[in-house]
Design a protein around this ligand. Structure first.
Ligand code: ADP
Length: 862
């Protein structure tokens, strides 16, 4: 190290503390990176890699970005999961003795982004933290640094940790360096989060007040870990971190990560986009805060009947008041992201425009408050009464800030006249000076007789008198000093103009400086309001989501559900709300669903593509809609409150974790079976399909029986094993239903109508035809089907098509028909015996004779 230049030594010393981050090392107008960082950054950011002398023989790899363009590059790195340490010059280079002092002022990580494109308006950006306890439970908390929200819980097993982590969508997780390697790997490889370490060696004072509100040590240690990390990396006071909210997963309807994905609550399986998800359908929120809360509500439907009803009643009341609701939406549109503004105030990076947005937002509150208080509901009245519009802050902002201040806080033009006496004085001086100049222009025109004479200003020459070349002769000798020559004009100054200029410029400089100071002090005053603003933001977002529910419920003709407490589920003319919205021209076929303690399991048969899966999802979405407090997509709905929803739908392979489809299927089945209760909803779509026919069918049947006997959860089970429909006779609480399709002119027509009873055909070849497989192939399939059907025993007509497999024909060996068709493969001796068996006069024999006969036949076979 001794041979490196002092600056490189300084670099290496700082870099040693930030091994896992790119170190942006400020050098004049650039952030430079050296050594390995430079090589990697050049690659990731596609910028030129150069090198420089560093005191040793070899040149040091280097690359850099201009400081004003840095935010984009930082964002790009962070989006790729990297961390960036910003190292600034912390003393004036002119005054520095030796190498300029430099320090890291902030570590920007995927979970601590405060601004930029990666921070989407309607999405939280969470950073989580995890602590493994001695009793092998897990303390888990997460925070959105941009809003200050902080939630904490204790989870019982590792799967719950993964599930919570995935559902928060956290980008980064802070753990102890002692976390076992395999857990770390799972976090990185399954949840794609950046893993950061924080070991609690010293207790920071700033952490104590936040942690104190928590009851349990487990919660305290987890929240402490996160806060230590935040304070260490952000290197500033984080006044906006909210009091941690303790929750348990049992307080909400439990939907595991597979099911959330399967039901496309937040994003679609295929495109991973919002369009086509439940969130997309419901997002009529007007504010970013509302958008984020909506997502949180969908993630956590309620199970408390009173809370559910409160939300539904609010939706009902808003729905009834069309005009007030429209007015409310107009006002909400003007409300900016108060929650994130508060966060940025704490962070110290708001500008005057942000505070103008805050003012605009606060101006809307009285209207919102009035509209909400007009709703005839005690809850609405209370909400309105509790709403604190921060009027004192509004007055302050109205007095202080101009209408359209610039982005920069260092150019002045932010503060209104009348706010500061001192500022007013400087402004007067500057304004008087300007009036004086306008008067001078007039005077000079009169003296010289030059009408086109004008006085202007530029940064290099200051104020000047400009005269076109043709008029120069009219100027009095000796009075004007030439400053600048243009193509067709000359610019001059006079001593009195120079004097005035000095006065004006001095005043302006003072104005800019004073405005900056006033702004900083204003920002500090706003800091005091952060908790009040955060409370207000919560109320506004709640109202926003409720009005969104009302809007969607009205537009999509939703109905208010009745919540039952006797396990009754009755949905009349229900629709899958998202599929319905996505279909433009065709008509969605509404379907009923009836379930109760006598009809616990619905076994759904019907051809592929008929709508089985859509029907099942529809029921789950209806339940979720109701429990997040919205109306539901039906003409009438009575619904129980489900404690959990489990699904096994489609081929959502967990490729990331390296599980096979069938294994995932079984894991999901296990998850449902081991956790579901009488109050749960289970959707099993074609379970058992991933293995051989008999294997799969046996499993499917055993699963149905098990749920029917032991769990008694409401279960929708779709299957292509038509044999299973016979279960209806054995299991009293199982009911067959089917989705109807009819054949017309040799083509299948899906009616999408769910009816009682089992389906009688599977129409697979028709679907293949619809998919435009080659015609010769389709004809061949028809031929084969006819043969297979001829071969099979047909207890259920539907069985003909569905279960043709090699093993099956093997097993049906000894049936009469099979024996006939398989003649060629049966040895002659055995054929003889079959004939004999046919002729045995069983009814005329004693049991003893029969035994003897059997013994004789067996001997022949041996
Ligand atoms: P299955 O599970 O029986 O194979 P799906 O539920 O996937 O069938 O439905 C196939 C397609 O049929 C859906 O993509 C949808 O476009 C349409 N569909 C399903 N249900 C209905 C319905 N009730 N009304 C209109 N179209 C429907």
């Amino acid at each position: 190290m001794a041979t490196y230049t002092p600056m490189i030594q300084q670099y290496l010393k700082i870099k040693a503390e930030y091994q896992d981050a790119f170190l942006f090392f400020r050098l004049g107008d650039f952030y430079e990176m050296f050594f390995e960082d430079a090589v990697r950054a050049a690659h990731v950011l596609e910028i030129t890699l150069t090198s420089r002398e560093g005191g040793v023989d070899e040149r040091i790899p280097m690359c850099g970005v201009p400081y004003h363009a840095a935010p984009n590059y930082i964002e790009q790195l962070v989006l790729n999961g990297y961390k960036v340490a910003i190292c600034e010059q912390v003393e004036d280079p002119k005054q520095a003795k030796g190498v300029v002092k430099r320090e890291v002022v902030q570590l920007i990580t995927p979970g601590t982004v405060m601004e930029g494109k990666s921070l989407e308006d309607k999405q939280n950006n969470y950073i989580a933290s995890l602590t493994v306890m001695e009793d092998l439970t897990y303390g888990f908390c997460y925070n959105d640094l941009s809003t200050g929200e902080l939630q904490v819980t204790v989870l019982n097993d590792w799967n719950e940790v993964i599930s919570e982590l995935l559902s928060t969508g956290a980008k980064e997780i802070v753990v102890s360096s002692e976390l076992p390697e395999q857990n770390r790997k799972q976090l990185q490889e399954r949840c794609f989060v950046t893993v950061s370490y924080e070991d609690l060696k010293i207790q920071l004072d700033e952490v104590t007040p936040i942690v104190e509100s928590l009851q349990e040590d487990k919660q305290k240690v987890t929240v402490s870990r996160l806060l230590h990390y935040l304070i260490r990396t952000q290197k500033r006071k984080l006044d906006h971190i909210q009091v941690p909210e303790y929750y348990t997963v049992q307080q909400f309807m439990k939907i595991d990560m597979y099911s959330k994905r399967n039901l496309e609550l937040i994003e679609t399986i295929r495109s991973k986009g919002k369009k086509g998800s439940l969130l997309w359908l419901l997002d009529e929120t007007m504010t970013a805060m509302g958008g984020r809360l909506l997502k949180a509500w969908i993630d956590r439907p309620l199970i408390d009947a009173n809370k559910i009803k409160t939300r539904q009643n609010m939706v009902e009341a808003l729905l009834a008041q069309f005009f007030q609701r429209s007015e409310l939406r107009e006002k909400l549109k003007e409300v900016y992201d108060i929650e994130r503004l508060a966060g940025r105030v704490a962070f110290g990076n708001v500008n005057a425009r942000d505070l103008v947005q805050l003012r605009r937002s606060l101006q809307q509150i009285p209207f919102i408050q009035a509209t909400v208080s007009e709703l005839e509901l005690p809850y609405a009245k209370k909400l309105a009464a509790d709403m604190d519009g921060c009027e004192d802050l509004l007055v302050l902002l109205e007095q202080a800030l101009k209408e359209q201040p610039p982005l920069s806080v260092k150019e002045g033009d932010m503060i209104k006249d009348g706010y500061s006496e001192r500022l007013d004085k400087y402004r007067d001086a500057s304004r008087n000076g300007k009036t004086w100049i306008a008067e001078l222009e007039q005077k000079e025109r009169e003296i010289t007789g030059i009408k086109s004479l004008k006085i202007g200003y530029n940064r290099v020459f200051g104020y000047y008198i400009e005269v076109t070349k043709s008029n120069i002769g009219l100027l009095a000798e000796g009075r004007y000093e030439r400053k600048q020559t243009l193509a067709n004009a000359e610019r001059y100054i006079t001593p009195e103009l120079k004097d005035k200029e000095a006065l004006i410029l001095e005043a302006e400089e003072k104005i800019v400086q004073l405005e900056y100071e006033l702004f900083i002090s204003l920002r500090d005053q706003v800091k005091v309001y952060i908790p009040r603003l955060q409370r207000l933001a919560k109320m506004i977002s709640e109202i926003d989501v409720l009005q969104a529910f009302a809007v969607v419920s009205e537009e999509r003709h939703f109905v208010k559900p009745v919540m039952s407490n006797d396990h009754t589920l009755k949905v009349l003319n229900g629709r899958h709300p998202v599929v319905e919205k996505m279909m433009d021209s065709q008509e969605y076929v509404a379907n009923d669903c009836m379930m109760n303690d006598d009809r616990q399991v619905l076994l759904i048969t019907g051809p592929n593509m008929s709508g089985k899966s859509t029907y099942m999802r529809q029921i789950a979405l209806t339940a979720i809609l109701a429990q997040i407090g919205c109306f539901v997509s039906a003409e009438e709905a009575i619904l129980p409150i489900f404690d959990q929803v489990f699904t096994r739908i489609g081929a959502a392979d967990d490729l990331i974790s390296g599980q096979s489809t069938f294994m995932v299927e079984m894991l999901e089945a296990k998850n449902a079976i081991s956790n579901a209760t009488h109050n749960s909803l289970i959707l099993f779509d074609e379970i058992g399909r991933g293995t051989s026919t008999y294997d799969g069918m046996a499993l499917a049947q055993a699963i149905i029986e098990y749920i029917h006997e032991h769990i008694k959860a409401k279960t929708l089970f779709s299957t292509h094993y038509h044999e299973l429909t016979a279960l209806e006779e054995e299991l009293p609480h199982l009911q067959n239903v089917h989705v109807r399709a009819i054949e017309q002119n040799g083509k299948v027509v899906f009616l999408h109508k769910v009816q009682e009873g089992a389906a009688d055909k599977s129409y697979g070849i028709h679907v293949a035809e619809l998919a435009e497989l080659p015609l010769p192939l389709i004809s061949r399939a028809r031929e084969l089907l006819a043969t297979f059907e001829g071969e099979k025993i047909s207890k259920h007509p539907a069985k003909k098509l569905s279960t043709i497999k090699e093993e099956e024909t093997q097993l049906s060996f000894f049936t009469e028909e099979a024996a006939a068709t398989k003649e060629s493969v049966i040895p002659d001796k055995e054929k003889e015996i079959i004939k004999l068996i046919k002729t045995i006069p069983l009814m005329e024999m004693t049991p003893m004779d029969a035994m003897n006969k059997l013994y004789e036949l067996q001997k022949k076979l041996k």
